[in-house]
Design a protein around this ligand. Structure first.
Ligand code: RB5
Length: 142
């Protein structure tokens, strides 16, 4: 699995804490920034990650901001993106099994690194159920 990851200043710490663990889980990990805790605008990083996933250059995007909301809203503006804000492993499982999300957003100011790893590990190990969920995700775009 090829993953692109991005964060704003509020997600930088969690992104940094996750990187070596993620590198051991996946085939490749591309970090699209930000690279410090200096204040930045979350859409710049969310568009970068979502755009790369939308173009097919990566299988999954991971985005982190303070609440997870801003990056999630931004990623979901991309027609080819199904972005899911996940704050526990149960939501992470549903994001894959029911929604076949291709971007996972994490709230860096509200979850621990252990919870973030649980969410991502569950997401990676879950398969999309298809069937009725295919019909539903086909109705999302407008
Ligand atoms: C940054 O202060 C914060 O607004 C941002 O990380 C995010 O939570 C926005 O949705």
């Amino acid at each position: 699995m090829k993953i692109a990851i991005g964060a704003d200043h509020a997600g930088y710490e969690l992104k940094t804490q996750l990187k070596s663990w993620l590198e051991a889980q996946v085939d490749s990990l591309k970090d699209l920034g930000t690279d410090s805790e200096e204040s930045v605008d979350y859409p710049d990083f969310a568009h970068a990650v979502a755009g790369e996933v939308e173009k097919g250059n990566f299988d999954l995007g991971i985005l982190i901001c303070g609440s997870g909301l801003g990056v999630d809203m931004t990623a979901n503006k991309h027609a080819g993106i199904r972005s899911a804000l996940c704050w526990n492993k149960e939501i992470g499982k549903l994001a894959k099994s029911h929604n076949n999300a291709n971007v996972v957003c994490l709230p860096g100011r509200f979850i621990s690194v252990e919870t973030a790893k649980e969410i991502l590990d569950t997401f990676f190990k879950t398969t999309f159920e298809g069937g009725r969920h295919n019909r539903r995700i086909d109705k999302i775009s407008c």
